[in-house]
Design a protein around this ligand. Structure first.
Ligand SMILES: *Cc1c(COP(=O)(O)O)cnc(C)c1O
Length: 369
């Protein structure tokens, strides 16, 4: 008799599911969530709006989520200065689902997706699980350098001639934003690849970092994906979105499941978008905490990578996996992203940040060993 492992699609055989640990610890700084609760004023609005929607849950939701698209377009236009219309917006249950829609529509069996690692682990996972061949591109010929070398990116784009290209700016897990000229050059290096710029952390970027949204006019293969999970402190609501040409978003309607955004999700997201400045109020505080985390790690003799995100990739650990465990033993959960000698740490509240630095100090002095 065949086992289920024999029957499952070959590309899934022996694979393990995505699994960032969800542990009950005093200081969880491992998934780049916001440590700040949703503000009371927004909680009240959500409660009112969900109550209104509750009685009509007998009906399917607005399949085209028109009001939500309008609010997301207005937010992008206000923050990037670029005209963005509702027709250019697509949304789904987290940007992971948005990215999956792109791969379902433009990748698939016999097609190739290219990314430049280390980058977001879900890009290869979503590509592979949907039958797309993943090509692990190099960011730089020197693997200890995390910025993307534009010439090398162009060369790899031409050599692999993929159908989908993933760029990530600011990049997870390294933290730095991409020079926007690299986006322009990669786009021009191919006439057929969909170029996805994952801007999950863009609200945390240092001043003077332009969004790839400003490149959208005239580039119908360019897509900028965003999420409310990080800067909006809304990871539990599951709302990701993208901006692209209207013809592009129109094609995604072929792969989404009907009514994929529930009435409740739409109501909750719209309520938050009516209070963007309140929702984003903690971003500046988090940027300060992040910079303090960088400074504190430097003082400890570690090597933090400059960050445009709400986390810091910290290098300089003899044994990152052992340090990860030693920090966990002290109630601090960080992320081992598989880069030797490095750990990724989310900037939390000032109190959490203090606890992280205390634990790092104790662990790197060897108190625990
Ligand atoms: C966290 C993250 C996402 C967001 O995922 P959601 O599904 O929207 O919660 C997307 N891209 C990157 C690079 C991320 O780090």
């Amino acid at each position: 008799m065949k086992s289920l492992q024999d029957l499952v699609r070959p590309e899934l055989r022996g694979q393990t599911p995505y699994g960032a640990p969800q542990l009950d610890v005093p200081v969880a700084v491992n998934t780049n969530e916001s440590s700040y609760a949703v503000p009371q004023e927004v909680v009240d609005q959500i409660t009112r709006d969900v109550t209104k929607v509750a009685a009509s849950l007998n009906r399917y939701p607005d399949r085209e989520f028109g009001r939500l698209r309008g609010l997301l377009a207005a937010y992008l236009q206000r923050t990037t200065g670029e005209p963005v219309t509702a027709e250019q917006i697509w949304a789904a249950n987290g940007s992971n689902e948005v990215l999956q829609h792109i791969v379902q529509a433009f990748g698939g069996a016999g097609r190739t997706a290219l990314g430049f690692t280390p980058s977001y682990s879900m890009h290869p996972l979503i590509s592979g699980r949907n039958g797309t061949t993943w090509v692990d591109g190099l960011r730089d010929a020197d693997p200890t350098r995390f910025d993307i070398d534009g010439d090398l990116a162009v060369e790899q784009t031409k050599r692999h001639d993929p159908e989908v290209i993933f760029l990530c700016s600011p990049n997870n897990p390294t933290g730095t934003a991409l020079d926007i000229d690299v986006v322009r050059r990669v786009y021009d290096a191919t006439d057929r690849a969909i170029v996805v710029v994952d801007e999950a952390y863009t609200e945390f970027a240092r001043p003077g970092t332009p969004s790839a949204v400003t490149l959208l006019p005239g580039r119908e293969r360019l897509v900028v994906s965003r999420t409310m999970s990080k800067a909006f402190a809304f990871a539990g609501a599951r709302l990701g979105y993208l901006a692209a040409a209207p013809e592009f978003t129109d094609l995604l309607r072929l792969v989404r499941l009907p009514y994929h955004l529930s009435s409740v999700t739409q109501a909750v997201a719209c309520a938050a978008l009516e209070h963007t400045s309140t929702m984003l109020a903690m971003v500046e505080q988090i940027k300060t905490t992040r910079d303090e985390l960088v400074a504190g790690c430097t003082e400890l003799g570690l090597q933090p990578v400059p960050s445009d995100a709400n986390f810091v990739l910290v290098g300089g650990f003899d044994d990152a996996t052992a340090t990860w465990q030693a920090l966990l033993d002290r109630g601090v959960l960080v992320r081992d992203v598989g880069i030797p000698h490095h750990l990724r740490i989310t900037a939390g509240t000032p109190a959490e940040n203090h606890a992280v630095l205390q634990a790092l100090s104790a662990v790197t002095r060897g108190d625990d060993r």
